[in-house]
Design a protein around this ligand. Structure first.
Ligand SMILES: [Zn+2]
Length: 76
């Protein structure tokens, strides 16, 4: 993926109140500033409660973790 020229793996990127840590080009660990555990996020899925709930209604829903990852990857 050419957009990996910009984002490095295994480097923490701060996006607002979130830190995005790329495990590979399509998988990241995302942590909130006030959260005690990491979320596992891909460009179109996330294991946070907001995504699990909203994606049932809107399959295209992007939570803020997905949006943060997509911005690090240069997808949006
Ligand atoms: Zn999320």
């Amino acid at each position: 993926m050419s957009n990996m020229d910009k984002a490095k793996l295994h480097e923490p990127y701060q996006v607002g109140d979130l830190v995005v840590y790329l495990a590979d080009e399509n998988l990241a660990y995302v942590i909130d500033y006030d959260c005690r555990y990491e979320l596992t996020t891909t460009p179109d899925s996330c294991d946070c409660c907001t995504f699990l709930f909203r994606s049932r209604i809107d399959p295209k829903f992007q939570c803020r973790h997905i949006k943060a990852l997509r911005s690090v990857l240069g997808l949006d």
